[in-house]
Structures are given as C-alpha cells and as structure tokens.
Write a protein that binds this ligand. Structure first.
Ligand SMILES: [Zn+2]
Length: 166
C-alpha cells in the first residue's frame, strides 16, 4: 500500500470529512493534508505492512467493548464470518496509545484475526474494505452488549433464586 488515508489527530470524528483526512506514505511520512495524522498512525501502518490483504483499519473506543477491555474480560464470539477457530476475541496486553510497542503487538495479534481488543483501550478491526472493517468493529460492540446484558440477567436470576431458597 503506497498511500494511506487516516483520520486527523485532535479533530472530533463528527467533523472528519474528505477535506481534513491526512494522506501518509507507507513509512508514515505525510503526503497530503493540513492536519496531523492520528496518533495511532503507527499501529495502522504496521497492520497494513503485516496484512497485504487488508485495505482498511478501524479503531474505536466503543463503550461496551472498551468496558470489557478495561475490565480485562474477554468477549466470547457468538458468530462470525467463517468458522470460529478461537472462541474468544483476542485481547492484547496494555501498551500506551501511539507507541511502537502497541503497534507491534496489535499487528501481531491481527496476523490470523480480523478483530482484536486492546486491553484498557479499545477495539481494532480490519478488512479488505472500509465497509467490512466498520461492520466488524460494530459487530464487536454488539457482541459485547449481548454478553453484558446476558450476564446481568443471569446474575439477577441467580440472585432471585437465592432469595427464594433462603
Ligand atoms: Zn485509541
């Protein structure tokens, strides 16, 4: 991949548009744009370097999946694209945002996976196009919501059952 379009740093996602996107080269040098590239550009570059089949990377801090990531709780795969080989969505250890260590560990985790949870940070999904990558990122969030509600309700059932049996 020779040119990578990446969201600008310090601009609310609500205000991101074609004009303020930043274009960087494969080594991270800025080619076009007035803004600074996202502070996670290293992570994006490493993923593209590692996965030649990937044309889009989506990184989110979506609330429920990120809650699991902060709690260090894995998210169970409920279904997926293709056969489920790993029953849980992988989670990488915490490294400070924007660091080469984080970029390396996330790109390693995505060698054989299209989604990964970043401990105490968020979600990264990748795909052959932007639609697939965003769909996957949304899918992780939905899966996390289902598991959260399901755990909460089964906990309530257990509590109610305990009260009855006392
Ligand atoms: Zn982040």
């Amino acid at each position: 991949m020779e040119k990578i379009a990446i969201t600008p740093s310090g601009v609310s996602l609500r205000d991101v548009n074609e004009k303020n996107m930043v274009i960087v080269g494969a080594d991270g040098e800025k080619l076009e744009g007035d803004e600074k590239p996202s502070s996670e550009f290293l992570m994006h570059l490493k993923i593209y370097e590692q996965r030649k089949d990937v044309n889009a990377v989506v990184h989110t801090h979506s609330a429920v999946a990120t809650g699991f990531a902060f709690a260090g709780e894995k998210i169970k795969r409920l279904e997926g694209f293709g056969p489920i080989e790993n029953p849980f969505i992988p989670m990488v250890e915490y490294y400070a945002p924007g660091t080469a260590e984080l970029a390396q560990s996330v790109s390693n985790a995505l060698k054989n996976e299209d989604i990964v949870l970043l401990k105490k940070h968020g979600v990264v999904a990748c795909g052959d196009n932007l639609d697939t990558a965003s769909l996957l990122a949304g899918f992780v969030e939905e899966t996390a919501k289902i598991q959260f509600v399901s755990r909460l309700l089964s906990h309530e059932q257990t509590q109610a059952h305990l009260k009855h049996s006392i």
